[in-house]
Every structure is written in structure tokens, then in C-alpha cells.
Design a protein around this ligand. Structure first.
Ligand SMILES: [Zn+2]
Length: 253
């Protein structure tokens, strides 16, 4: 295609994103918490908001009506810019969450590896479709701001779900905790609380615009509860089953 703006634009976005993340004091501080074995999901949440804000900022400064052909973010542009950059945010956040979860497991004397969340490609597709369906980029550019941060936060929730699920299947009793963040509205105040995994309302993992409420999971708490119920089963068994499932999938390919 003549005048394909994407390669240079994507390169510039990725370069600026990398510079800003390398220089981020917030990211440095959560990495040092991880190093000192003090990180929790609240730090994963801070990590997610920071990389979300950096990406939103970089997208906002580089993608403007002036650089877009006909002032429109066509599907093939949106797709080739947002897929790699949002998937990169997913990988950064979910990998960090795996490291934190592995430490939390260790602290709780669980010989289990942290589980990695699955990418929610539907959420990325949703943003790509919305932004490219609009004929005037100016009216839709907000979608490259808070929704990008919101997506990044949702990776933390998906990581929590993946691990709570894994622990639940191992016989533990995980609790999901939602706490208020910033100026919380009535809807959020209603949702805040501690829920046994699988009895939490679906909305526990949802956020309205600019919502900074946090979702947390601590396996030590799941373990402690389990002592009382004496329903402790072999967690390694669950891991073996999970590995077997992966093997089965591989065999099917
Ligand atoms: Zn909220």
C-alpha cells in the first residue's frame, strides 16, 4: 500500500512506550517490592495502571487526526497498532502477576506455580471495532484513553481468577476481596467486600470509567481457612491434572 503510515507510527509508539516504562519510578518501585518478596496484587494493580497510562499517553500523542488518512482510524490501521501494543501490555502485566503469585504461593507454603491469565482478545477487538467504525477520529479518540487503562486493570483480575480457580480446584478456599479506590460511587460501595471464590457477584471484576477500585487475592488466607475445614487435598495433584490437560490439548493439535 502507498503511504502506509503504520510501520513508522507503530515503531514510534513502541519506542516511546519503552522509554517511558524504563524511566517510570512507579514501575521501579513495584519491581523492587517483588525483589524483596513484598509484592501483592495491589502492586500488580499499580503496575497495570502505570503501563496502561503510559500506553494511553503514547497512543494519544502519536495518533491524531492529522496523521490519519481522511482523519479516520481505519480498521487495518487500528488492528495493526492496537493488537501488538495491547497484547504487549497484557504480557507485561500477566507475567508480573505470575511472579507475584508464585511468591504469594511460596509464602503460603503452597508448592504451586503462579498461573498465567488468558488473553481476552475480545476486549481488544471491541476497542479496534469501535474506533474504526467511527468516521471521525476526533469523536472516538477517548477510547484510546481510559479504556486502555481499564483493559490493563482487567488483566490483573483475570490473573486473580486464573489462580483462585486453580487453588479452588486444589481444595483451597480462596477469598476475593474488592476494595474501594479513590472517589468511589454508590455502585462501587455496594460491591466492596470479601467473597468466597465462586460466590462473588460477576460485577466484582467490572469497572466503570476511571474506577480505581482494586481486586485482591491472598492464598495464605485460603490456606488458613482450609485448616479449619480439614479439607486439604494434594495441591500437586491439581497441578498434575492441569498439566495433563495441557498435554491433551497439545496432543489434539
Ligand atoms: Zn470504583
Amino acid at each position: 500500500m502507498d503511504n502506509d503510515i503504520v510501520p513508522a507510527l507503530l515503531e514510534q509508539i513502541q519506542k516511546e512506550f519503552e522509554e517511558q516504562t524504563l524511566n517510570s519510578k512507579k514501575l521501579k518501585s513495584v519491581f523492587s517490592l517483588l525483589k524483596n518478596k513484598k509484592a501483592t496484587y495491589l502492586d500488580v494493580n499499580d503496575f497495570a495502571i502505570e503501563v496502561g497510562e503510559i500506553l494511553a499517553d503514547v497512543l494519544g500523542r502519536n495518533i491524531t487526526v492529522d496523521v490519519l488518512p481522511d482523519g479516520k482510524m481505519y480498521f487495518n490501521i487500528a488492528e495493526r497498532i492496537l493488537n501488538p501494543t495491547m497484547q504487549n501490555n497484557f504480557n507485561l502485566i500477566s507475567d508480573f502477576a505470575v511472579d507475584v503469585q508464585s511468591q504469594l504461593n511460596q509464602e503460603a507454603n503452597l508448592k504451586l506455580k503462579g498461573q498465567k491469565a488468558e488473553l481476552n482478545q475480545d476486549k481488544i477487538d471491541g476497542i479496534i471495532n469501535r474506533v474504526s467504525n467511527e468516521s471521525d477520529f476526533e469523536t472516538i479518540k477517548w477510547i484510546l484513553d481510559d479504556p486502555i487503562i481499564n483493559f490493563s486493570q482487567s488483566v490483573v483480575d483475570d490473573s486473580i481468577k486464573a489462580n483462585a480457580d486453580f487453588h479452588y480446584n486444589a481444595g483451597l478456599k480462596p477469598n476475593i476481596i474488592r476494595r474501594l479506590g479513590g472517589d468511589a460511587c454508590g455502585w462501587c460501595k455496594n460491591l466492596a467486600g470479601t467473597y468466597p471464590y465462586h460466590s462473588e457477584p460477576k460485577e466484582v471484576y467490572q469497572r466503570h470509567e476511571r474506577c480505581r477500585c482494586t481486586v485482591d487475592y491472598r492464598p495464605s488466607d485460603a490456606r488458613r481457612q482450609n485448616v479449619w475445614t480439614k479439607a486439604w487435598r494434594d495441591p500437586l495433584k491439581a497441578e498434575k491434572i492441569a498439566n495433563r490437560k495441557t498435554l491433551n490439548l497439545k496432543n489434539k493439535e
